[in-house]
Design a protein around this ligand. Structure first.
Ligand code: PMV
Length: 336
């Protein structure tokens, strides 16, 4: 144990270009396939964890208010994992500030659990390297494993015969990326989604007849995506990302009962993206567990693409570029 009883950390959301969709283990949050993402430089979450010796229970606040019961329970279960690994059973106060709407398919849980993992590990004196932090963040929310890293990151699914699947599932940064990309986030709806990604994943794996095909295709997409990123081929990156996202949404829409995150407004943005492409502007759409659309384009095209999408749809468009890794805020000292 170090003697720091409080730690503050910041992390950013990430958007997958090859999606994580489907778990092989709910408890350990182990994915069925690798995924690959870009961490954003917008919408950071900042979380402070303060150990409180003698306190009877954890207290969780979000944006200055007591967190909803479900959120609070998720955080307490996460802190239990941290306590199990440290020699300290102290309860804690967790204060989280988001700059991203929560539960709207804008990856708030990715930045949220990456920030919590880094802050809690420091507050409880755990000496974790970046891969360990990624494994830990994964237990809060799968995609959080990738937000531990900045830029582009690949999260490994454990192989079918991995002797220790938990140890084998962590993200790592991709260093040989040769594209200059931006993601334009079109904010259609910032309210919470109707079906959580956890439930939606469970249902599609269990009931969608398309799921096995999607799993095979996403594994292929991952290999092609890596090659396209390393070759600096933005058009290939965009095409793979758009097809991968639409494939994921097809599994949702073919689940029983079906889940539909796409709305008429999402389709309107997808249409605009196609129109821009027809006009010679390289841009491609991706969507997560919500109606909002994120549009990949060259960094130098981000402003005109955002202006065109905002102008055509009337919705705000936020430009995101590759962002930083999760990090302790300086005043809290330790961490690597
Ligand atoms: O990390 P979760 O449980 O919120 O799942 C995220 C799933 C997607 O955002 C839809 C895809 C992804 O890879 O981030």
């Amino acid at each position: 144990m170090t003697d720091a009883s409080a730690a503050v950390a910041t992390a950013h959301p990430n958007i997958a270009l090859v999606k994580y969709w489907g778990k092989r283990d709910e408890e350990l949050v182990l994915p069925l396939a690798d995924s690959l993402s870009m961490t954003l430089d917008v919408f950071p979450t900042t979380t402070c964890v303060t150990r409180c010796p003698g306190a009877p229970a954890d207290a969780v606040t979000m944006d200055g208010r007591p967190a909803a019961e479900e959120v609070s329970q998720r955080v307490v279960r996460f802190l239990d994992l941290v306590r199990q690994r440290s020699a300290c059973g102290d309860r804690a106060v967790v204060d989280t500030r988001n700059t991203v709407p929560v539960g709207a398919g804008l990856a708030s849980s990715a930045g949220g659990f990456a920030a919590l993992a880094v802050a809690a590990a420091a507050a409880y004196g755990l000496d974790l390297d970046r891969s360990d932090l990624s494994r830990l963040a994964r237990r809060g929310s799968g995609s959080a494993a990738r937000s531990v890293f900045g830029g582009f990151a690949l999260w490994h699914a454990p192989g079918p015969h991995a002797p220790d699947p938990d140890a084998a599932s962590f993200a790592e940064p991709l260093s040989r990326v040769r594209i200059d990309a931006a993601l334009v986030v079109v904010l259609l709806d910032t309210g919470p989604k109707s079906v959580s990604s956890r439930e939606a994943m469970r249902r599609t794996v269990a009931t969608s007849p398309l799921f096995p095909a999607w799993l095979a295709s996403t594994r292929l997409d991952l290999r092609r995506m890596r090659a396209a990123l390393e070759a600096g081929d933005l058009a290939a990156v965009g095409e793979i990302a758009e097809r991968n996202a639409l494939g994921m949404h097809s599994t949702l829409e073919s689940a029983d009962p079906p889940i539909r995150y796409r709305t008429g407004q999402s389709d309107q943005v997808l249409e605009q993206v196609r129109a821009l492409r027809s006009a010679g502007v390289g841009c491609w759409a991706t969507m997560d567990a919500g109606p909002n659309v994120k549009v990949l384009c060259a960094g130098g095209q981000a402003v005109p693409v955002a202006e065109r999408l905002a102008g055509a749809t009337g919705f705000p468009a936020v430009i995101a570029r590759p962002g930083p890794a999760a990090a302790l805020c300086p005043r809290t000292g330790a961490g690597r």
